[in-house]
Write a protein that binds this ligand. Structure first.
Ligand code: NAD
Length: 265
């Protein structure tokens, strides 16, 4: 339950990948709050998989579902996403979930500048562009939720993660600054910081560690595991985001929510 009367609309970036965190979040928001959903991804909306994902979603949850394609590795891509949403929802959106993101596994001296710029733009600059665009209408309405999907790498560093760690630390900093700025306006801004989650990104990281560190898949799995010995699920992240959209979380802002099975303790 939220504190407004109209049907709420949520944008979840990076949300069309099966078993991805983004789709898990979008499903929880539709299921628990009956929110209209804007799905986003890098694929053409006319492709069969994307159209099926959008259609199945709308049928299962009986909410309005749009899909918008945009490349968030450039700030102009993020700007275009905002402009396309303005056409559909001229009064703005109620919930912004900055989920799209990626990483790079390498020693700092082996990170190409182009990779640094692309990951930083996707993980940090694009969330900034989206927040900047949608926050004014949220404040005017006196209610809004901004949730940034960060990582345990947003609070701790590990070797060979300079790009990812820097981007997620930046995202946590942005979260806290926006949370402070909006305190008392009805808008909250929080970061959710998962440990290892069972998604395509996790399996890609596993492969990168096997290839670059010369270890077996089993060794890599032992290393890339939460202390609970269980991978986090996209649904667990979705339910946390869902809580942050509830009235119970009205006073929860500028916070970092670790869901990392005790990794960062
Ligand atoms: P995923 O690779 O399954 O999904 C990432 C999503 O981001 C995809 O939908 C992809 O299309 C989108 N994306 C990536 N680059 C993009 C770009 N340039 N432009 C537009 N969209 C882009 O990964 P996931 O595990 O679901 O990750 C979702 C978020 O969770 C990311 O921000 C990631 O950093 C974070 N996270 C993941 C894990 C994990 O172990 N999987 C752990 C902690 C945090």
């Amino acid at each position: 339950m939220t504190s407004t009367n109209h049907a709420l609309t949520a944008l979840v970036t990076g949300s069309t990948r099966c078993n991805g965190i983004g789709l898990g979040i979008a499903k929880c928001l539709a299921k628990n709050h009956n929110m209209n959903i804007i799905l986003h991804g890098t694929r053409d909306g006319a492709t069969k998989e994307v159209e099926k994902c959008r259609g199945d979603f709308a049928k299962e949850y009986n909410v309005s579902v749009h899909y918008i394609q945009a490349d968030l590795s450039t700030s102009s891509g993020a700007q275009q996403l905002c402009e396309q949403i303005d056409v559909i929802y001229p009064d703005g959106i109620d919930v912004l979930v900055n989920n799209a993101g990626g990483g790079h596994h390498n020693l700092v001296e082996d990170v190409p500048l182009q990779v640094w710029e692309s990951v930083l733009t996707t993980n940090l600059t694009s969330p900034f562009v989206l927040i900047k665009h949608f926050i004014t209408a949220m404040k005017k309405r006196g209610w809004g939720r901004i949730i940034n999907i960060s990582s345990m790498f947003g609070v701790r560093a590990h070797a060979k993660s300079a790009v990812y760690t820097s981007s997620k630390h930046g995202l946590n900093g942005l979260t806290k600054a926006v949370g402070k700025e909006t305190a008392g306006t009805g808008v909250t801004c929080n970061a959710v910081c998962p440990g290892y989650v069972e998604t395509e990104l996790y399996f890609k990281t596993l492969e990168a560690v096997v290839e670059k560190d010369g270890v077996s898949k089993e060794e890599a799995k032992t290393f890339l595991m939460n202390p609970t010995k269980k991978l986090v699920t996209p649904e667990q992240i979705g339910e946390t985001v869902s809580f942050l959209c509830s009235r119970a979380a009205d006073n929860t802002t500028a916070a970092e929510f670790l869901i990392d099975g005790a990794h960062s303790a």
